[in-house]
Write a protein that binds this ligand. Structure first.
Ligand code: PLP
Length: 399
């Protein structure tokens, strides 16, 4: 028998499969609203001007030495300011254990492995639905999962009552995965008031919130505003964990620049936790990549480049918000009797349209429009040039 004869092909990733099918379609009308990466109004990938400038400054001046095991100290410092607040006492008091991570995915995975190693009897509560990779990450880290209610299909908004019930009914001291902003795939976020109630209930139940923050700045256009949920939990005195990614908000997708942080009780605890996080990273990849981290720290550390970044991230968010409005207006203009309010109520990269898998299949087969079968539209793929075509097709298949 052959050594690897029993190895079956792995199931296709639902998102990467969409891109493959799009690329193979020769139609000039084709539209890709499947991928979770920003595109400009011509459908082209974007490198931010602040990133270009940071790269000009790096060019020729960078040695290729290893970063420390925990990654770039400067990049971590800047990341913490972004997530916890410029003047956060937790930073001053050195209460946060933080390491550079392989973007948001790597940050989640490091945390999951840490959870498995040091809290072996804990579970992770994951919202329904969520970014599908969350399930894979905690599965491979061998942390048991349970799900909690999040999305309300009828209103295409938040099932707040269901969410609160599940928070109350989870065993005391449970770990919860929360999307800090721009929930993927639904685009549905709790309001500030609802976050306060969630935080209050977490306190009563002694739950631990782990924030996956993959879209800071990308939701509202303002990174401070997008960190509001985290800040509320911090004000309420929670210990938290946080995964940060610079993939979307700096367009550094392939650079794998991110940060994992865990707010500890005191500095001594933070030192121990950080050393253990490094210990987990060591046999997996030794140390994280240098280039993206340098780009991030140069941008965030330079007032001029930082304000350019803030302007550019707002530009991306505003384009997406504008396309939500245009898509909704086009659908209404076509006389669709359905409610499309959720397109503009939802926020961030994705619109959870409510279309059925069969309707999505028709979009693909009849109109060359590519997206995941859960009805998720990547708003980043919508442009002035294709929004009318997209609206018409959606109208036709939802009649
Ligand atoms: N978390 C969420 C909710 C996401 O949507 C994504 C990207 O799609 C990520 C994490 C991780 O992305 P990356 O590993 O590229 O930072």
């Amino acid at each position: 028998a052959s050594l690897f004869g029993h190895v079956e092909p792995a199931p296709k990733d639902p998102i990467l499969g969409v891109t493959e099918a799009f690329l193979a379609d020769p139609s000039p009308d084709k539209v890709n609203v499947g991928v979770g990466a920003y595109r400009d109004d011509n459908g082209k990938p974007v490198v931010l001007e602040c990133v270009r400038e940071a790269e000009r400054r790096i060019a020729g001046n960078l040695n290729m030495e290893y970063l420390p095991m925990g990654g770039s100290i400067k990049m971590i410092e800047e990341s913490l300011k972004l997530a916890y607040g410029e003047d956060s006492d937790f930073i001053k008091d050195k209460r946060i254990a933080a390491v550079q991570a392989l973007s948001g995915t790597g940050a989640c995975r490091l945390f999951a492995d840490f959870q498995r190693r040091f809290l072996p009897n804990s579970q992770i509560c994951i919202p329904t639905p969520t970014w599908s990779n969350h399930h894979n990450i905690w599965r491979d880290a061998q942390v048991p999962q349970r799900t909690f209610t999040y999305y309300h299909p009828e209103s295409r908004g938040l099932d707040f009552a269901g969410l609160m019930d599940d928070i109350k009914n989870a065993p005391n001291g449970s770990f919860f995965l929360l999307h800090a902003c721009a929930h993927n795939p639904t685009g549905v976020d709790p309001t500030e008031e609802q976050w306060r109630e969630i935080s209050y209930q977490f306190k009563i139940k002694n739950h631990f919130p782990f924030f996956d923050m993959a879209y800071q700045g990308f939701a509202s256009g303002d990174p401070e505003r997008d960190a509001k949920a985290i800040r509320i939990f911090l004000e309420d005195g929670h210990q938290i964990g946080c995964a940060q990614s610079y993939a979307k908000n700096m367009g550094l997708y392939g650079q794998r620049a991110g940060c994992l942080s865990i707010l500890c009780e005191d500095e001594m605890q933070a030192v121990s936790v950080k050393s253990q996080l490094q210990q987990i990273a060591r046999p997996m990849y030794s140390n994280p990549p240098v280039h993206g981290a340098l780009v991030v720290s140069i941008i965030l550390n330079d007032p001029e480049l930082k304000s350019l970044w803030l302007k550019e991230v707002k530009g991306m968010a505003d384009r997406i918000i504008g396309m939500r409005k245009a898509l909704r207006e086009n659908l209404e203009g076509l006389g669709s009797p359905l409610s499309w309010d959720h397109i503009t109520n939802q926020i961030g990269m994705f619109c959870y349209s409510g279309m059925t898998p069969e309707q999505v299949d028709r979009l693909t087969n009849e109109y060359h429009i590519y997206m995941t079968r859960n009805g998720r539209i990547s708003m980043a793929g919508v442009t002035t040039g294709n929004v009318a075509y997209l609206a018409n097709a959606i109208h036709e298949v939802t009649k």
